[in-house]
Design a protein around this ligand. Structure first.
Ligand code: GSH
Length: 222
């Protein structure tokens, strides 16, 4: 029997969403410990498993690793069926670039600028919204990222064909969080980008990610 695979990280995190979606796409068994990255969670045991103090991290038997990108690469290596990266070297490099772009700039705009300020801080952490951060995200960040994405996203299917892969999941995960802040991409201004994200969010794994978030919001509201 193979070792149990445990994911630690609250599914609301776009980085946790990447790992959960890859596990589900691959049909792999796992358990989830929905630990938050709040300061009180960062026990010595947590810090030993994730030295940067971040979620997600995984434990697979006695193997432990943090970082969504590292985790997804590990999952692909141990379970190559239902691949989440393209094989061809240039396409693979392109896929890693989109994952990186989602994890950095898109996260900054959609998650740091919109979700954190308009949902996480006021509704969950009872902190004030920084309106200047929101303004900069909407007036500067969103036009910048959507104008870039409009040029590079496909008009049909997903980034690397008909199957959703990690690059699509990474982009889509950040957008799910922005939607929690009632943000929608302007389909008249960026039609290819808006339609692409609609296709990504309609897939089973991304529907599941949205269901995870809905369950969490319901729990917070209770
Ligand atoms: N590069 C990391 C980033 C993970 C990350 O930043 N996670 C956030 C939650 S969305 C976190 O744990 N933040 C807590 C902190 O920075 O203290 C990954 O891909 O897993």
């Amino acid at each position: 029997m193979s070792a149990e695979l445990k994911v630690s990280g609250v599914p609301l995190s776009p980085y946790a969403k990447k790992v959960l979606a890859v596990l589900r796409l691959k049909g792999m068994q796992f358990t989830l410990d929905p630990v938050t990255p709040l300061e009180e969670s960062k026990t010595p045991e947590f810090m030993e498993k994730s030295p940067l103090g971040k979620i997600p991290f995984i434990e697979h038997g006695d193997f432990v690793t943090p970082d969504s990108s590292v985790i997804c690469d590990y999952l692909e290596s141990i379970h190559p069926e239902s691949p989440v990266y393209p094989q061809e070297p240039k396409q693979r490099a392109r896929a890693l670039w989109f994952e990186e772009y989602a994890d950095t700039r898109l996260f900054q705009v959609f998650v740091g600028g919109l979700f954190a300020e308009l949902v996480l801080k006021p509704k969950l952490l009872k902190q004030d919204t920084d309106q200047e951060v929101v303004r900069a995200a909407l007036e500067e960040g969103v036009p910048e990222v959507c104008t870039y994405l409009e040029k590079v996203l496909p008009k049909e299917g997903f980034l690397f064909g008909e199957q959703i892969q990690l690059a699509d999941i990474s982009l889509g995960g950040t957008y799910i969080n922005a939607r929690h802040a009632d943000f929608r991409i302007d389909a008249e201004r960026w039609p290819t980008t808006a339609a692409y994200f609609d296709r990504v969010l309609a897939t089973d794994v991304m529907q599941q990610a949205q269901a995870d978030d809905a369950a969490l919001f319901q729990k917070f509201a209770a």
